[in-house]
Design a binder for this molecule. Structure first.
Ligand SMILES: *Cc1c(COP(=O)(O)O)cnc(C)c1O
Length: 462
């Protein structure tokens, strides 16, 4: 299996190379040269299997000879062993034909753990046998950073630096990043918003001298390995409803478009998905774009669902690449226009996108009202991101097709918004109850490329 860049000029890579690299050297994102299909028998065979077995079947065609079957099974087992629920991704019912897929039972209480725990295992294995090491730099609106630090802390072959927007992450998110004591992980509080963090990260990748000097690697949601790990739970949940013989729909609270794009990959692999619904908060650039209004950047309006406060949705480039018939030149042109403020999507491409994705948005008031309503009528305490999803799903679900809404974080990760809506302050699970007592370690840094580069170079392990 080869991986190609969405901008068409970077060299093709193997799975291992694409995973260790992150961003392509032409500024594009790696995607598989073709999408493997699973047979109906393979999908039907997943019914009743463990999450780990489903994960092996779904991901195996993508990894080529990077790992042997035995190695890959072991990495998967290690990745999910620390989850607080045997099903890994359990389903609960909200209403007739509406179900919640709980993706928050990992060590940092958000769905990012599904991908990051596996990426940690895969990096360690691939680097260990080469005797190589890398510097991972990540930008986060809160959950990617905590999941990355948790997955990589104490591993031998990596230093990890996480850029997060100072003052714009929840206290639980911040403490998950600042309290690990291992010296190979570093939390950097940047004076800026998430898009600034993401822009500085891209700058570092495009600075080839720095990139090669520190052996920069990325684990942001642009990393193909992360998208791949997220394809699994679309299969594990859909088979509970009778796939491949029955269609299901999914609603996905979306920011960087990684999680929803994983759903699209599942569909392309043969999973019968009827609707794939993009749910945004008030930062609704994706909803507007999918409704045909072009992709034009404004400013970020901080919301109670901060992990979706975004204007530049990185993985949307992968969706555009397919919508433009895999024309890397056309995508490169759009991304140049995006640098100047935005772009319009061609008539043909918007039709393709609308064929794959539906969309909706939830305002701040609607999100809070849904948290209140869900507790009163569905018996479920929702985090604000999941509430955005449930609200949009309730608006758009149709017929008797089961709707599965992805619950992307545990309510205790965003206790202020949950308490404001319900009067209940959700407690942390017992396994992390001492989070607020642990000492914090972080560095404030300017939103400045040179300052960030200097800090990273000074703090590398020997
Ligand atoms: C990251 C995140 C999202 C958005 O996921 P994308 O893959 O970036 O679209 C939604 N909710 C939570 C809680 C998150 O951490």
């Amino acid at each position: 299996m080869r991986y190609i860049s969405t901008r068409g000029t970077a060299p093709d890579l193997s799975f291992e190379e694409a995973m260790l690299t992150g961003l392509a050297r032409d500024g594009g994102l790696y995607v598989p040269a073709e999408i493997p299909k699973l047979t109906a028998e393979q999908i039907a065979g997943m019914e009743g299997q463990s999450y780990e077995d489903v994960a092996f079947t779904v991901m195996r065609p993508f990894i080529g000879d990077t790992f042997t079957d035995d190695e890959f099974r072991e990495l998967i087992a290690n990745a999910y062993a620390g989850f607080g629920h045997n099903a890994r991704a359990p389903l609960v019912q909200l209403a007739p034909n509406h179900f919640l897929l709980e993706l928050f039972h990992g060590p940092t209480l958000a769905f990012k753990d599904f991908a990051m725990q596996l990426i940690g295992q895969m990096f360690q294995k691939a680097l260990g046998r080469k005797g190589d090491r890398v510097t991972i730099v990540g930008a986060t609106s809160g959950d990617t950073g905590s999941a990355a630090i948790e997955a990589f802390r104490g591993l031998d072959n990596v230093d990890v630096f996480i850029l997060y927007p100072h003052g714009r992450v929840s206290e639980v998110q911040r403490r998950q990043m600042t309290t690990p004591v291992e010296s190979n992980v570093h939390a950097l509080a940047v004076d800026g918003d998430f898009d600034d963090c993401q822009a500085r990260l891209k700058d570092m990748f495009n600075d080839f001298a720095f990139r090669d000097g520190v052996k920069l690697a990325g684990v942001n949601s642009i990393n193909w390995g992360r998208v791949l790990a997220q394809v699994v739970y679309y299969f594990s949940s859909a088979v509970s409803f009778g796939a491949p013989d029955r269609e299901v729909s999914f609603t996905v609270p979306t920011g960087n478009f990684g999680d929803i794009f994983a759903g699209y990959i599942a569909k392309r692999m043969g999973l019968p998905i009827k609707d794939l619904v993009v749910a945004t908060n008030q930062n609704d650039i994706l909803d507007r774009c999918l409704k045909g209004q072009g992709y034009h950047k404004g400013s970020v309006h901080p919301s109670i669902s901060p992990s979706m406060d975004i204007q530049v949705s990185s993985n949307f480039e992968r969706a555009l690449f397919d919508a433009y018939d895999r024309d890397g030149g056309a995508v490169a042109q759009l991304m140049t226009e995006l640098g100047q403020g935005g772009f319009d999507v061609s008539q043909g491409a918007i039709q393709v996108l609308q064929g794959h994705y539906k969309s909706g948005r939830a305002s701040e008031e609607e999100t809070t009202a849904m948290i209140t309503h869900a507790l009163a009528t569905m018996g479920e305490l929702l985090c604000p991101h999941s509430a955005v999803g449930v609200k949009v799903a309730e608006d758009l679900r149709r017929g008797d097709t089961p709707m599965i809404t992805l619950a992307t974080a545990h309510p205790a990760k965003f206790p202020d918004a949950v308490e404001a809506a319900t009067g209940i302050r959700p407690p942390l699970p017992a396994r992390m109850a001492d989070l607020f007592d642990r000492p914090e370690r972080l560095t404030r840094v300017a939103n400045d490329l040179d300052a960030l580069k200097a800090h990273i170079e000074r703090n590398l392990s020997a």
